[in-house]
Design a protein around this ligand. Structure first.
Ligand SMILES: [Zn+2]
Length: 393
């Protein structure tokens, strides 16, 4: 029986409250929060003791949308998956949906199957399954294919993932998309809206069919053209903001989306409808510099955490990490901090139906992060096992 006692921390239970006290973990679960009863102290012998010294303790961060980190890409195969997973603890991440843009060419389903089959052998992070960004898209960008909805192809994708497809991003304006959304709902696989020029009507139809969420909201969400001079056009962005069925996520790097757009979404949906993602790629978590990619051009990562094509300076993905995204949101949003922490923990857990994650209370999984005062992780645990500890100076 393994046990862990984290003493004297400020305990963030996302969306609820911040309190002070101790946290006791046994066999991968949180068993007591605040004041640990004497009977439990007597029962749990010789726990590993961590001195929190008044620092913040939160649930582990959950990234719904990320293509890779540092030098590794999930789409490159099982080795890339393992290499990326090993780095996530340093950024406070304990659950991740490795996100893959399907490249429709010979052997792509086999490659997808090989990544999905490698998931159970990953120990460093919890992976509920893969997130596929495509292929049923209306608007390309970021090398996304643009195929119409195709139930036969969807079944082949689901089969290749072997029960490990956790989310699929698609465009509400792709032809024949509604049967795809309905089938995903039957399979309990969340459908995320993205890469779109959809009308209000197309968006509402997709939400009625079962889509639940919009990913990298505002990015690759085009405004419709003006039809009457001075009449502001309304499209997918307004339809998603107005509809309480949809939650949204943002790349909170200050480059891909303006902080005011995030504040507008919070005003429309409350904190509970807004989620932090990274959409990260090669270069995320690395110091500013220029890094090679498999795409035929290098990327330059500067301190503002957006990756840019090194030669023509266009955006080339995100270099955000979840810990930096949380720090940005805590700086930008005028909300109680426990509500802001929910955007990286409780809210994504709810979207994925992970009822034991994103909470810091008795009975929840012991996926935890102890934060230093500079909002960098000091230590990260997955099911009570340490996956990262910052080296002592
Ligand atoms: Zn993406």
């Amino acid at each position: 029986m393994s046990a862990l006692l984290i003493r004297q921390v400020r305990i963030v239970n996302p969306g609820r409250e911040i309190t002070s006290g101790d946290v006791l973990v046994r066999d991968g679960r949180i068993v007591a929060v605040g004041t640990v009863p004497g009977s439990l102290r007597a029962e749990v012998r010789n726990p590993t003791v961590i001195e929190g010294a008044g620092r913040l303790l939160t649930p582990g961060l959950i990234d719904l949308h990320t293509h890779g980190v540092m030098h590794s890409l999930y789409e490159s195969g099982p080795d890339g998956l393992h290499a990326a997973a090993r780095e996530l603890g340093r950024f406070g991440v304990t659950t991740v949906l490795p996100t893959i843009v399907p490249q429709i060419r010979d052997g792509w389903l086999e490659r997808l199957a090989s990544v999905a089959a490698a998931i159970p052998s990953v120990r460093a992070v919890n992976i509920p399954g893969l997130h596929l960004e495509g292929p049923f898209m209306a608007v390309g960008g970021a090398a996304c294919p643009t195929l119409p909805g195709d139930l036969g192809l969807l079944e082949r994708i689901i089969a290749a993932c072997g029960g490990r497809l956790a989310a699929m991003s698609l465009s509400p304006d792709a032809p024949n998309i509604l049967p795809v959304i309905a089938r995903l709902r039957e399979k309990r696989i969340p459908a995320f809206l993205t890469h779109t020029r959809a009308s209000v009507e197309q968006t509402e139809a997709a939400l009625t069919a079962g889509a639940t969420h919009a990913t990298h909201f505002y990015d690759v969400f085009y405004a419709p053209p003006e039809t009457d001079p001075g009449v502001r056009p309304v499209g997918v962005v307004e339809a998603v903001l107005a509809d309480p069925r949809a939650t949204v996520d943002f790349i909170a790097d200050g480059v891909h989306v303006h902080p005011t757009a995030i504040r507008a979404a919070v005003a429309a949906k409350s904190f509970a409808g807004v989620i932090l993602i990274t959409d990260s790629n090669i270069g995320a978590g690395l110091p500013p510099g220029t890094y090679d990619t498999p795409w035929g051009y290098p990327v330059r990562v500067s301190p503002e955490t957006a990756a840019r094509h090194a030669t023509n300076n266009t955006l080339a993905g995100s270099a955000l990490t979840m810990d930096r995204g949380m720090a940005n949101l805590l700086g930008w949003l005028d909300l109680p901090p426990e509500q802001i922490w929910a955007m990286g923990t409780l809210n994504p857990a709810r979207l994925l139906g992970l009822s034991h994650k994103g909470r810091l209370e008795a009975g929840a999984d012991a996926d935890l992060v102890l934060w230093n005062d500079d909002l960098r992780p000091a230590q990260t645990w997955l099911a009570g096992n340490c996956t990262y500890e910052k080296a002592a100076r």
